[in-house]
Design a protein around this ligand. Sequence first.
Ligand code: ZN
Length: 323
Amino acid sequence: MSSGGGIVPSRKPAGWGNSSACQKRRTLKAVGLKGTCGRAIVVASAVLGALPAGFAQSAGLTVTIAARTIQPGELVVLSVSAPSTTQSLRVRVFDRPIAAFKAEEGVWRALVGIDLEQRPGHYVALIDANGPSGPLHLETDLDVRPRTFPTRKLQVPPGFVNPPADALARIQKDTAFLRDVYGHSSSDRLWSEPFVRPVPGEANSRFGTRSVFNGVPRSPHAGTDFLSPAGTPIKAPNAGRIVAARDLYFLGETVIIDHGLGMFSVLGHLSRIDVEEGMTVAPGTQLGLVGATGRVTGAHLHWALSVAGARVDPLSALELLAK
Ligand SMILES: [Zn+2]
């Protein structure tokens, strides 16, 4: 996963100006998800009773979808009400399996990431449950609307745009390491508490921004940048296992947390790391200090969130999975 660099951007509001669904807020509360009137929250539900005849095997499954908006780079939370006897539940969307977990009695949840480069269009989430009374199946639409990410042009030291020959082996080693890390997420959900902000500073880099470094287009910015001064303590956004606590060429001093079930937090450009690989952390555990290591023009925290391989804006998780 490319960080796209951690350049300190201009101060602008996040720009999430989508239509909100205040009237549907009660539905969100009913499934235990955070919904703030005035912010972009989309709720849709597919209830068996609304489906045509012939779907009798779906009896008993209801799905509720919560998201800020259904667009590239967003987290989508599927909450499925299923009979209490349900033993397993599987979700499949974007041609890949999404791990589901039992959130409470009769409610299963799946975190679906819409990758920031996902092609807009009509998709269907397939939900399959198994229990003593046989299989249950439900399908729900996921219409991904187009989204235009801004482009920013920046000047950085030349070595970071076209890395010197002696850095290539280092970059390849980092790439192999990260591929290995992302390929081995815990099969257990390691978090259960709400997500917390890693630093108090404002997040001001627009996630997904296409960067042009010294006139050369680079991969989109896959994280959110928080403008906190150097030396600010960084908290773990949620519980998990530390799978990286080391210096990487582009991200600098980096901590990666495996939250389990394919979800990872990447925190980059630290000046100091206070955790070790293999440790488990709780939400709020101090990971290190804000710095300016790696490909940056100034001190800030870069936080990226990967959900089953999809690069999503961590702010969407903060909003949907907060208290
Ligand atoms: Zn960044």
